[in-house]
Write a protein that binds this ligand. Structure first.
Ligand code: PLP
Length: 432
C-alpha cells in the first residue's frame, strides 16, 4: 500500500483520498460496522476508536443467539446452547492467541482490564525488603497508577519510595527506550516489577516491548505490559518478547463494546507454577474436577488458571463478532493500512502548520499506532468543540490535547482528508 510521509507529493483533495480508498484492500470492512451519524444524517468522522471502538454489525446477532438459547434452554444452555456456555470462553482462545502473539495456553479472556491487572500484580509483584519497587511510566493511565500504588501499600510499602516513574526528558513528550533501559539497569537492585503501557494512551507512543522485557528479565525483574491501547492496534509477539504477563481491554481498538470482557496473557513458563500466589476462584480450577466442588484449589495450567468466575456470555458474544473480523482482515494488513492512513493524516496536517499546535506522537511510524495526539497551546477546547459541531467525534484530554485515532478497520482516507481540512479551518477560526 502507498506510504505517505511529509515529503511525498500528493494532492490534498477529497478526490485523491477517494482514490486511495478505492485502492484500499481493507475498505470493504467499513460496512461491517455501524458508523454513528452526524446530525445532518451523513456519517460522522469517527476518530475515537482508541476510546470506544464501533459496533460490528454482526455483534447483535451473536448476542441474540445467546439470549435465544437462554430463553429456550435455561440452565441447559451451559451444555446444549449452540455454543455451550460451559466452554464459551474457549471459542476465543485461538483468535486471542493470534492477536497477542501467544500460545493458546498463555491467553484467556475474563473480567475487565483493571481487575486483570490486579490479579497479575498479586502473582507477579512479589516485593522483598531489598527489591520492592515498581517501575512505571510517568503519567500512566490513572487506573494503572491507582492499581500500582494500592498494591504497593497492600504489601506495606510506600509508593513514594517504591514507585519509580520514568519520565520524558525536559522539553520532550515521549519516552526514550534508551532512558528506560538505563533506568532498569541502574535501579535493578531495588526493582521488583516493570509495568509499562505498550502504547501510551496520552501520546500514542508505541514502546519497544521486546527491548524493555529483555532488560528486565536480564536482571530477574518481572515484567508486564498494559496493552489497552495496543491490542488490535499494533502487532504483538508477547511470547517471543518474553513478558511475564500482559492485560488489555477489548472495547478500544478491539470493538467489543462498552465494558467488554478483557484479555490476559501469562507466559507459559508460569503455566504450572502451583506455588505462585494467586487470588483463586472456581473457574480457575482444574476442569475435570471443578464440579466435584472439593475444598482444594487445583489451578488449570496456563492463563485459564487465573479465572475467577464463570464467563459473562452476553459480554463475550460481541467480542467473538469482533475477533472474527480481526481474523478475516489479518493483523499484518491492518497494520499496513494503519501505517498508511495515519501517515497520510499526519502529512496532511503538517502541510498547514500553525504555531499554536504540535504533534506529541512520535514522527517515526515504528513508534506509533493509529493515534495522533495534537497539542493545542491555546483555545484547544474551542477547536475541539468546533470539530464536534462539524461532525467529528474525537477525544479531548484536559488541559490541551486532542487525540485522533484513524482506526484502519472502519476509517477511510476520506475521513482523514476531511478531518485535516476541518482541523485547519478550526485552528484558523479559533486561534487566529
Ligand atoms: C482504557 C484504559 C484502562 C481502563 O481500565 P478498565 O479497567 O477497562 O476500565 C486502564 N488502563 C489503560 C492504560 C487504559 O488505556
Amino acid at each position: 500500500m502507498m506510504q505517505h510521509n511529509p515529503e511525498t507529493i500528493f494532492p490534498d483533495t477529497l478526490d485523491h483520498a477517494l482514490a486511495l480508498d478505492r485502492d484500499d484492500p481493507l475498505a470493504r470492512f467499513r460496512e461491517r460496522f455501524h458508523i454513528p451519524a452526524h446530525r445532518d444524517g451523513s456519517d460522522a468522522i469517527y476518530l475515537c476508536g482508541n476510546s470506544l471502538g464501533l459496533q460490528p454489525r454482526s455483534a447483535r446477532g451473536m448476542i441474540a443467539q445467546e439470549l435465544d438459547d437462554w430463553a429456550a434452554l435455561g440452565v441447559e444452555g451451559h451444555f446444549h446452547a449452540a455454543h455451550p456456555w460451559l466452554s464459551y470462553h474457549e471459542l476465543l482462545t485461538a483468535q486471542t492467541a493470534r492477536l497477542a502473539g501467544a500460545l493458546p495456553g498463555e491467553v484467556v479472556v475474563m473480567n475487565s482490564l483493571t481487575v486483570n491487572l490486579h490479579l497479575m500484580l498479586v502473582s507477579f509483584y512479589r516485593p522483598t525488603a531489598q527489591r520492592n519497587a515498581i517501575l512505571i511510566e510517568h503519567m500512566a493511565f490513572p487506573s494503572d497508577q491507582y492499581a500500582v500504588d494500592s498494591q504497593i501499600r497492600h504489601h506495606g510499602y510506600d509508593p513514594e519510595q517504591a514507585r519509580i516513574d520514568v519520565a520524558p526528558r525536559e522539553g520532550e513528550h515521549c519516552l526514550r527506550t534508551a532512558d528506560i533501559l538505563e533506568r532498569i539497569d541502574r535501579e535493578a537492585g531495588r526493582i521488583a516489577l516493570v509495568l509499562l503501557g505498550g502504547v501510551n494512551y496520552y501520546t500514542g507512543q508505541l514502546m519497544d516491548m521486546r527491548a524493555i522485557a529483555a532488560a528486565a528479565r536480564r536482571h530477574g525483574i518481572a515484567v508486564g505490559f498494559d496493552l489497552a491501547h495496543a491490542a488490535g492496534n499494533v502487532p504483538l509477539a508477547l511470547h517471543d518478547w518474553d513478558a511475564d504477563f500482559a492485560v488489555w481491554c477489548s472495547y478500544k481498538y478491539l470493538n467489543a463494546g462498552p465494558g467488554a470482557v478483557a484479555g490476559c496473557f501469562v507466559h507459559e513458563r508460569h503455566a504450572r507454577r502451583a506455588e505462585l500466589p494467586r487470588f483463586a476462584g472456581w473457574w480457575g480450577h482444574d476442569k475435570e474436577s471443578r464440579f466435584r466442588m472439593g475444598p482444594d484449589f487445583r489451578a488449570i495450567p496456563g492463563a485459564e488458571g487465573w479465572q475467577l468466575s464463570n464467563a459473562p456470555i452476553l459480554s463475550m458474544a460481541p467480542l467473538r463478532a469482533s475477533m472474527d473480523i480481526f481474523d478475516e482482515a489479518g493483523m499484518t494488513a491492518i497494520r499496513a493500512k494503519s501505517d498508511a492512513l495515519t501517515g497520510y493524516l499526519l502529512s496532511l496536517l503538517l502541510r498547514r502548520p500553525h504555531p499554536v499546535w504540535t504533534v506529541l506522537t512520535p514522527a517515526d511510524p515504528a513508534q506509533r499506532g493509529a493515534q495522533l495526539s495534537l497539542h493545542v497551546a491555546r483555545n484547544g477546547r474551542a477547536v475541539f468543540q468546533r470539530l464536534a459541531e462539524q461532525g467529528v467525534i474525537c477525544d479531548w484530554r484536559e488541559p490541551d490535547v486532542i487525540r485522533v485515532a484513524p482506526a484502519p478497520l472502519y476509517n477511510s482516507f476520506a475521513d482523514a482528508q476531511r478531518f485535516a481540512a476541518l482541523f485547519h479551518d478550526s485552528v484558523e477560526q479559533c486561534c487566529g
